[in-house]
Write a protein that binds this ligand. Structure first.
Ligand SMILES: *[C@@H]1O[C@H](CO)[C@@H](O)[C@H](O)[C@H]1NC(C)=O
Ligand SMILES: *[C@@H]1O[C@H](CO)[C@@H](O)[C@H](O)[C@H]1NC(C)=O
Ligand SMILES: *[C@@H]1O[C@H](CO)[C@@H](O)[C@H](O)[C@H]1NC(C)=O
Length: 336
């Protein structure tokens, strides 16, 4: 009797394990969502945020100057949060949760009151050269509660839906790296499956989105005239999904510059903000399939202000001077 009972318990346990395995095998995790409700003190329901990329160098290469101006502009615009487009810690990401680079390149640099908001961050290729699990660890929030970094996720601020996409695994040149760097691919068992699932998740999130503004953020550019130029893999796989779903803005870093390119084939604006520290590469690539509105090779950052009716994009240099300003109205009768 007892043996029979043990056997049936064992059977039940095994079935349960099999069910769980099966479940996780056939359905992949959906993108995690963060609700960032609009600030109730802003009666007009506007949302504003700053975008900076390619920054963590312990204040060097004008990182501190950019941070200071971000604080000033952040105050003026009463920002809701900050977006980081990746390459958060140079040269090789974080080595562990205790890596002092986290405090010395982030906490002790972005000290202004207006920047004490959540920082939504993606990983860049330099972050993948370190310990990715450390940079993604929720333990970092115990050191600095602003830090939100995931591979891919969604921020829903009612007016806008921002989809953060992990673009580094798309790039063929890192498999293997042409310059001999090593990457922490531990979390990505099958590159093909990872990319296919991610694209499926991005597509379904965009299809379901009813937000006024649809924004996608990644580390690598789709279009850029900066040092690295266009990212072919994203142009081929990600861009058609963005074009088919009326995405308003694609924001990225990777090229250490500021730029604004309009897509020829859709309403998408390509916005590069990757100038948080080392810049001045001094080279410019040819432009493919887009209208170039603005390019700046030096340091700076970008602000985004959204309302029901319009969006304002502004680029700033290390002195806080406005380099480029762009505004678009949202059509009243747009197709959903
Ligand atoms: C919305 O309200 C906030 C706070 O009152 C203000 O800073 C911002 O300029 C307003 N935006 C618009 C577009 O009116
Ligand atoms: C810092 O910014 C100034 C003004 O753009 C520039 O002249 C200088 O070269 C920058 N420094 C570095 C190290 O990039
Ligand atoms: C895109 O538009 C720009 C500006 O109108 C034009 O100069 C360029 O030739 C176009 N490129 C393509 C590939 O259609």
């Amino acid at each position: 009797m007892a043996v029979l009972l043990k056997k049936s318990i064992a059977f039940c346990l095994l079935s349960a394990i099999a069910f769980v395995l099966c479940f996780f095998h056939t359905s992949h995790a959906k993108l995690q969502r963060f609700d960032h409700p609009s600030d109730p003190t802003k009666s007009n329901g506007s949302v504003s945020f700053l975008v900076v990329g390619d920054w963590g160098r312990r204040g060097e290469f004008n990182q501190s100057q950019v941070a200071y101006q971000m604080g000033r502009i952040g105050e003026k615009l009463d920002i809701n949060f900050v977006v980081s487009t990746g390459d958060n810690f140079y040269d090789n990401g974080l080595s562990s949760v205790q890596d002092t680079a986290f405090v010395e390149s982030f906490t002790k640099i972005y000290t202004a009151k207006s920047l004490q908001k959540l920082w939504y961050s993606v990983l860049g290729n330099h972050d993948y050269r370190g310990n990715v699990e450390a940079q993604l660890s929720p333990l970092l929030r115990k050191i600095d509660s602003r830090w939100i970094c995931l591979r891919s996720f969604i921020v829903n601020s009612e007016l806008a839906e921002i989809i953060f996409v992990d673009t580094t695994p798309f790039v063929n040149g890192y498999f293997p790296d042409t310059e001999g760097h090593t990457y922490d691919w531990r979390g990505i068992q099958s590159r093909k499956g990872y990319i296919a699932n991610l694209l499926k998740d991005v597509e379904s999130a965009l299809e379901k989105s009813t937000a006024r503004w649809k924004i996608v953020v990644g580390h690598h550019a789709i279009r850029s005239v900066g040092h690295h130029g266009d990212t072919k893999e994203l142009e081929k796989r990600l861009l058609p999904i963005l074009q088919a779903n009326n995405v308003d803005f694609y924001m990225n870093g990777h090229d250490h510059c500021l730029e604004h390119i309009s897509d020829n084939d859709s309403g998408i604006q390509f916005l590069t903000s990757g100038a948080g520290s080392k810049a001045w590469r001094g080279d410019i690539k040819g432009l493919n399939g887009g209208g170039l509105n603005f390019f700046y090779d030096g340091q700076g950052f970008m602000s985004v202000q959204l309302t029901e009716k319009d969006a304002k994009i502004v680029f700033y240099d290390v002195f806080g001077n406005v380099l480029h300003r762009w505004r678009t109205m949202k059509q009243l009768h747009q197709s959903i």
